[in-house]
Design a protein around this ligand. Structure first.
Ligand code: ADP
Ligand code: MG
Length: 249
């Protein structure tokens, strides 16, 4: 049994069947990529995982518990954390201030914006945030305003913020979309490091095949709301169905 078990999930938007009988099993401590052409239903599926959308049919189990009907923050507390397509960081704050927010929220269960100054004097928060920046290769940028970082480093900070919640499943929706090659490689290296060093499962939606083949242990190809193939990366590359649906050949 996988840490995430998706069975017969269907989701309709008006006349459009965005997801149709989706079955998917994500094994613990692996990186599972979901790929497919635009409009295939990848983001819709991810929104189901995090409680932003409730499917019409089917079940989604995380570590043996249903996520359906739970609110996004409850699912987050179950151990699922999501990285958004555009980095969700506070541009006006420094890297360190950004990093302290989820550390503080993890300890106190909530975060109040006016607490930033007080937070700076709380030793355990500062130490945890510093350790995370160190781990994630951001220690030398701690005093920098978040808005002035490169796209790769913004993504790095956002992923670090997610990880400080100690999720068991990290979900990423096209984390390198719109990035230049150097920033993409920076993000690939970070995700490789996370895979090696942490007890974590990663599910990634990705358009960039270079990213997918650098990271994925297993790949599901989604087309028109239905999984076409699920296999190891080496079997996906030359798969005729995949070439047809995904590469348009
Ligand atoms: P992908 O992420 O694979 O590109 P999406 O999951 O975003 O695809 O979308 C799948 C299909 O569902 C698309 O045709 C999209 O236009 C449609 N869709 C997605 N979200 C909504 C929504 N909230 N309302 C109506 N249609 C939607
Ligand atoms: Mg999408």
């Amino acid at each position: 049994m996988g840490i995430l078990e998706v069975k017969n999930v269907g989701k309709r938007f008006g006349g459009l069947q965005a997801l149709n009988d989706v079955n998917l099993s994500v094994a613990e401590n692996t990186c599972h990529a979901i790929i497919g052409p635009n409009g295939a239903g990848k983001s819709t599926l991810l929104n189901v995982f995090v409680g932003k959308l409730i499917p019409d049919t089917g079940s989604v189990m995380f570590d043996g518990q249903s996520v359906l009907g739970r609110k996004p923050f409850e699912i987050n507390q179950m151990g699922i954390s999501r990285v958004f397509q555009t980095p969700e960081i506070f541009s006006d704050l420094t890297v360190m201030e950004n990093m302290m927010i989820p550390v503080f929220a993890k300890r106190d269960g909530a975060f109040r914006m006016h607490a930033i100054e007080g937070m700076m004097s709380e030793k355990d928060i500062v130490e945890k945030a510093e350790a995370m920046l160190e781990d994630m290769g951001l220690a030398d940028k701690r005093g920098m305003q978040a808005s002035s970082m490169s796209r790769g480093d913004k993504r790095r900070l956002e992923i670090a913020m997610c990880l400080s919640q100690e999720p068991r499943l990290l979900l990423l929706d096209e984390p390198t979309a719109g990035m230049a090659r150097a920033d993409t490689n920076n993000t690939i290296d970070l995700l490789k490091q996370i895979k090696e060093e942490r007890d974590i499962t990663i599910a990634i939606i990705e358009h960039d095949m270079h990213v997918v083949f650098s990271l994925a242990d297993r790949i599901t190809v989604l087309a028109q709301g239905t999984p076409l193939v699920e296999d190891h990366p080496e079997n996906i590359k030359g798969h005729p169905k995949v070439r047809e649906a995904y590469l348009g050949e």
